[in-house]
Design a protein. Structure first.
Length: 256
């Protein structure tokens, strides 16, 4: 009886002697997102280019630091709930994309003519090539997961790097397209289509940046030969989501 009481008391002490795990990185990412919102306000509402540039620089830096730092902290702790939690996170992100698409569909279906006036011809060759690049990156990250599952750390590292190169290439092509359109006078405020175009493609590009940041956070462990399969599976799931969303973007924005 006394042994049971002692054990219960010991368990009670352990329960109250535990500690909360905390991290500063979610806070940094949240401040970064707030700074990005300020950048949009400075640019579109107050027409303050300098303020927008400063807020954008701070926001991007803090979001990247938050994503990379928070991901690096979780390395080496096993998969845990990360894979399932990523699924719920993807669902939440998908709802944001749905809101963008609903706005676009409403404008498209209620417009007297489409595309609206002052919309330049947007070539579809480049987005098709960008689609091929993203699809290829899904195959490369899946191959990296398979190699890591078999214990091949070097092979997984190589194919993660290939995935990152493909992701960076996609961003470079997107930046090239944006630059071409912006210099041609097609800007977010040109018409409703330009607003939807830059909002949706930009939001997707932001997700590509986040995906690359997650891979970047895992590179040190990959180079040490200590990569965690649970981490790579979770990162790969997010990357596949980015790829699938692009099919909706390219089909709706470029071909409809």
């Amino acid at each position: 009886m006394s042994h049971d009481v002692s054990a219960a008391a010991h368990g009670h002490d352990d329960h109250h002697g535990g500690h909360w795990e905390w991290s500063v990185y979610p806070f940094l990412a949240s401040i970064g997102i707030f700074a990005l919102a300020l950048a949009f306000s400075f640019h579109f509402v107050y027409h303050n280019g300098l303020g927008a540039a400063i807020a954008l620089g701070i926001g991007v830096a803090l979001v990247l630091a938050g994503v990379i730092g928070w991901t690096a902290e979780a390395m080496g702790h096993g998969e845990g709930l990360s894979y399932g939690a990523m699924g719920w996170f993807i669902l939440a992100e998908a709802m944001i994309f749905v809101s963008f698409f609903v706005l676009y569909w409403f404008a498209r279906l209620n417009a007297p003519s489409w595309p609206p006036e002052n919309t330049p011809h947007i070539d579809t060759t480049l987005p098709l090539f960008m689609t091929a690049v993203l699809v290829a990156s899904s195959f490369t990250i899946h191959h990296a997961e398979a190699l890591l599952h078999d214990g091949n750390q070097a092979g997984a590292r190589l194919w993660v790097l290939v995935t990152m190169v493909l992701g960076a290439l996609f961003l470079g092509l997107s930046a090239y397209e944006w630059n071409h359109l912006l210099h041609g006078g097609f800007v977010p405020g040109t018409n409703i289509f330009s607003t939807a175009f830059f909002s949706i493609t930009g939001f997707h590009g932001g997700h590509v940046i986040v995906g690359l940041s997650i891979f970047l956070a895992g590179l040190p462990a990959l180079f040490r030969g200590e990569a965690d399969l649970g981490f790579l599976r979770t990162a790969g799931l997010y990357w596949h989501f980015v790829d699938i969303i692009w099919f909706f973007v390219v089909s709706q924005i470029y071909f409809w």
